[in-house]
Design a protein around this ligand. Structure first.
Ligand SMILES: Nc1ncnc2c1ncn2[C@@H]1O[C@H](COP(=O)(O)OP(=O)(O)OP(=O)(O)O)[C@@H](O)[C@H]1O
Ligand SMILES: [Mg+2]
Length: 259
């Protein structure tokens, strides 16, 4: 992150976000008063165990779900859903669910077409984005036959083609082998060096720590820690259900999470 980034106003602000769902006779609160600012150009990691509310929080941030309470500000003002959609792209956990176009080119052109670009402009934006995402040689390849890592790259290209400067990766390493993980990490590093804002939701801290400017721990719908990765990891509490990647494990007895 550049030194100037934190002096700029936040790109995204989540103000006192809560979300409840009906459960039996009452309501179950799954997000509870979350406050979070995300600054331009930073790489923010949100870690937390299954069901802690990571995906839901980011769906709310991206305008795909409404909060029960609180508000989302984009560049300091409450956005219309379309503005959020154009500014903040979400790479889903299930890369297959995000594929729409038959070919790689058609798929990446879908977003810009939806934003009102002509077919020619959309294809141009798609091809440029596919090059950035490392899929230059695959424009006519059937989208669904890409590998897992390539499908994530295709989702990134679709978002870049729409002109998004910020993107949220939801469990970007799920179901990927090591070459797939490296492929996704490379594109993340590249996007970061081009000044894009990255929000990465993951349990697999060890894979992304090198890219992280800030680490947030979400636990039972609340932010428990928010700070620089070394600070947060030094304070990491076992109860939060997030493994500290700095602690090496050499013996099975050390695997306290297996107990
Ligand atoms: N539409 C819904 N109706 C009811 N409960 C929901 C709904 N969507 C999410 N939840 C609940 O909200 C909680 C948070 O879910 P969320 O998907 O955000 O967790 P997560 O931190 O992303 O977990 P994971 O690491 O497994 O992806 C879960 O308990 C989930 O069951
Ligand atoms: Mg999730």
């Amino acid at each position: 992150m550049s030194r100037t980034a934190l002096t700029e106003p936040p790109l995204l602000s989540l103000r006192n976000i809560s979300k409840s769902f009906p459960a039996g006779e009452g309501q179950r609160r799954v997000l509870d008063g979350v406050n979070l600012d995300v600054y331009p150009g930073e790489c923010l990691i949100i870690a937390g165990p299954n069901g802690s509310g990571k995906t839901l929080l980011m769906k709310i941030a991206a305008g795909l779900s409404d909060p029960s309470e609180g508000e989302v500000l984009y560049r300091g003002i409450p956005p219309r859903a379309a503005e959020l959609y154009a500014g903040l792209g979400l790479v889903f956990q299930d890369a297959d669910a995000q594929i729409i176009g038959e070919t790689v080119r058609e798929d990446a052109a879908f977003g810009p077409r939806n934003l009102g670009l002509s077919r020619q402009e959309a294809v141009k934006a798609a091809e440029e984005a596919l090059e950035t995402a490392g899929l230059a040689g695959k424009f006519d390849f059937p989208s669904r036959r890409l590998s897992g890592g390539e499908k994530r790259r295709l989702a990134v290209a679709g978002i870049l083609a729409m002109g998004c400067r910020a993107m949220i990766f939801d469990e970007p390493f799920a179901n990927l082998d090591w070459p797939g993980v490296k492929s996704v990490l490379r594109i993340m590093g590249d996007l970061k060096s081009r000044g894009h804002t990255l929000i990465i939701l993951t349990h697999e801290l060890e894979k992304v720590l090198a890219l992280a400017d800030r680490l947030v721990i979400l636990h039972r719908g609340r932010i428990r820690e928010n700070g620089s990765p070394p600070e947060v990891l030094a304070r990491l509490c076992e109860d939060y259900g997030v493994r500290n990647p700095l602690r090496s494990v050499t013996r099975v007895e050390d695997c306290s999470w297996l107990a």
